[in-house]
Design a protein around this ligand. Sequence first.
Ligand SMILES: Cc1ncc(COP(=O)(O)O)c(C=O)c1O
Length: 488
Amino acid sequence: MSQYETPLFTGLLEHIKKNPIQFHIPGHKKGAGMDEQFRSFIGENALAIDLINIGPLDDLHQPKGMIKRAQELAAEAFGADYTFFSVQGTSGAIMTMVMSVVGPGDKIIVPRNVHKSVMSAIVFSGATPIFVHPEIDKELGISHGITPEAVEAALKQHPDAKGVLVINPTYFGIAGDLKRIVDIAHAYGVPVLVDEAHGVHIHFHEDLPLSAMQAGADMAATSVHKLGGSMTQSSILNVKEGLVSAKRVQAILSMLTTTSTSYLLLASLDVARKRLATEGHELAEQAIRLANETRKQINDIDYLYCVGKEILGTEATFDYDPTKLIISVKELGLTGYDVEKWLRERYNIEVELSDLYNILCIITPGDTEQETNVLVDALRHLSNEFRHQAEVGKKAEVILPDIPVLALTPRDAFYAETEVVPFDESAGRIIAEFVMVYPPGIPIFIPGEIITEENLNYIRKNIEVGLPVQGPEDDTLRTLRVIKEHQK
Ligand SMILES: Cc1ncc(COP(=O)(O)O)c(C=O)c1O
């Protein structure tokens, strides 16, 4: 089989060409039984391949035909022994990865700035997280990855850990020395699980950080939908056998996956793999070039800073992905969220994310100079409009959340007897729910942690500027759910 083939997509096309009479779900039957406005908007082609696992179309839960062949081609393209398709986002792939190495009471070494799906898997499995503190960038107000030294120290203290989880690269495109982390963990016989949500393209260009499979990691949850050209919610899980078992991974993935898998999503993974494998280098080259030109133009604008290779050189900033434009706006005396709104209202521009100090824009093969020129013009206008307050911005202090102490395992806290207390009176209590800003979805609190006044202030600050704080049952955040403390 060649990387130019698309067994899954082609198989679907051959199936619909026969125009079978369908007495199976989905009940919209090629769109005929569906809202007319939606049908004509989506189009007949999309609805014709919105099918499920009938005989000729294989089954993601036990692939033997065209899905199996599509996954094998993906494994070859990504340098894995096995690739599993996920129709439940990278979150589904991450939960599978974690739950295939840990069970109740097992230890797993994880950075504290993990995506919520990692913590959900820890709650479901009953594992104990051993947190490694990520390196904090006090200038930008963001956290990077973890260092090989920190992983080694954690493994020395916990040689019985069942896995080490690494985020590589981070949402902001910063990568640590993954190869060294893998070598250290493997010396302890411990598998390395990589959250590669923001790195599907890095495997295909030598100027981008090393991919999980290139670094010798055991598993990687890789968002094809984020930067690899497949449809939203479709993702892959790459596996190298040895320290982990592909059969166990398949079993857990199946336990966590819908039985009604979307063939639109699956086919989009098949064609995205073909494009990455056959044109990925050229496409990445194009995106890197455009991003670098844009970065240079942004750095010529007063009071704005777009991060480049000068960020490299620490153990946690070993490499970076230049297609991510991290733009620090704090010198203008504005928050990232202010700028997000300003760009939306004035220029109809939507950024990837904003936080208290930055905006993040991503450049992909889907962009051209036409779009980046609008961004640069808009940022010039922004800088001119707010230059009068730049002195305030220069003095602004960067605040970051504390890493709270974990008093109970996340699972024990999640299932404990709880009560609701006013947000302002919750410091010192053990929290029973997650609190995070999404995006990026990194928890400020996870169940089991002791609430600190510093982090309450950090949450207040995020709410005050309008950033989307999520997680608690009470979405007004006037109260928090905490572990009940019994009075004697
Ligand atoms: C670092 C990281 N990991 C995992 C995920 C989850 O990916 P998905 O949205 O595909 O479930 C995200 C999503 O934003 C992420 O930023």
